[in-house]
Design a protein around this ligand. Sequence first.
Ligand SMILES: Nc1ncnc2c1ncn2[C@@H]1O[C@H](COP(=O)(O)OP(=O)(O)OP(=O)(O)O)[C@@H](O)[C@H]1O
Length: 507
Amino acid sequence: MTHIGEWAEKYRPGSLSEIVGNKKAVENLQEWAQKWTYTIPEKRAVILAGRAGIGKTSAAHALANDFGWEIIELNASDKRTADAVERVAGSASKMHSLDGSTSRRLIILDEADNLHGSSDRGGTRAIGNIIKRTKQPIVLIANDLYGISSTVRSNSLEIKFNSIQSRSMVPALKKICREEGIMCGVGVLEKIAENADGDLRSAVNDLQAVSMGRDEIYIEDIATSQRDTQGSIFKVLPKIFKGTDPKKAYEATYSLDESPEDLVHWIDENLLYQYSGKEGIVNEDIKNGYGYLARADLYLGRVKKRQNYRLWRYAGMLMTGGIAISRTQQKGGFVRYQPPSLWRRLGQLKAKRNLRDNLSVKIAAHCHESTRYSRSNLIPVYRQLLKDDNYSVDSAVNLDLSVDEILYLTGGRTVTKKIQKIHELAQDRIRETISHDIEFYTSPRKGSASANKGLEEFAASSDPGSSSSTIDSNDATDGNDNNRPESEKSKGSSEKKGKPQRTLFDF
Ligand SMILES: Nc1ncnc2c1ncn2[C@@H]1O[C@H](COP(=O)(O)OP(=O)(O)OP(=O)(O)O)[C@@H](O)[C@H]1O
């Protein structure tokens, strides 16, 4: 039995030349990959960003096929990913095939926009660091560019994938029909492509659904109902802003999957641009339009207060028909519709709050204070420290700060060279300390009982839950052994003679 989605997989492009649309994006991707064949390019990762179903994942796979690269596909939001990428990303120099030629592995990180703001800040940081020094090409796939941290974005080549035009989809759908032996009536594929609203995967799925159990399909077989995709708001807005019939403007919202509360934000965001055009002149139409919007907003407030949803109808009429009759001047030219900036600002605020909360936890742990105290009293102290050149790197080392966290503490808007420098110096120092510790604990020592402990044992010994730890866990508490029995104290001191002792610095 077949299931929907099977054709989309079966007809996934095998080569970049088969990718429909997004010619420029494909060219940029190819150019970037070409650089990897003889050197390591400055931007070692690319971000393929765009809405679902337009060929981002397919392009990454096709690229690997075209260049003969092995694929390692990981889900970016999986906590284990950072380790896995770390292992693969550093191993390029060993990737020689038997005939002596080098071949690469393409690391594909799906859902890269899911990392940001998640509790797994460590993963974001690790990936941010890895893409700076990877020896293997990395492709990050994301629906929302803004969901990716600024560090990752600034170190990657951003390639945007756009919705696919319906006329470009038709040949691809035709090819599938030919292969599957389906005969299509006039306008069938055009209709399917139009309904898909730029999403080729949906078009292929719709074609499969309508073809099930048939070898001929006609226009009547295609459901005429509009898709409830996000894109449909872009079909309703012109009827509100460009129409002259208030009834039609209101009726256009029937098929919309947005509440009047959301719709009012869309209209509010776009009214000024639509009615003032590119000249940006405020005119009577704009004033009247905002008058209707204000009244619609009044009704929306009453709906909330009284929980009387019948009032939505009045709000809806005012914000659609009211706007339509406000327009007296004919406006030429195309002005793109913008999603409400308020939503974006709220999203940014949330991301900022997450960052602040994570930072409070870090500082609280470092200073042995409560998170609340850390948030209200210690973050301001660290703000000052980060601004002072004498303490900025030390603070970044102590807290193992990410670039985003340094940016937050310094209060800047963008990641500057100075911020990057602080981060790099701090990371170098952290790495130095770690390698120093490893060397210290693993190098043979005269007269030591634990003289030839290997790296693995050192790692095990630093795990507080490990019973095989070679270092007395009491040493790690506070150095005060007053509460220990006498016998243990002397045992401890005799051990200390022969064993490297941990200091507070090590923690
Ligand atoms: N540009 C395209 N060219 C050819 N086929 C495409 C294209 N876009 C989508 N398809 C078809 O849709 C299927 C899904 O596409 P793909 O997985 O590449 O989309 P995506 O943009 O990565 O979506 P998501 O963000 O959901 O992962 C493919 O297997 C292929 O059949």
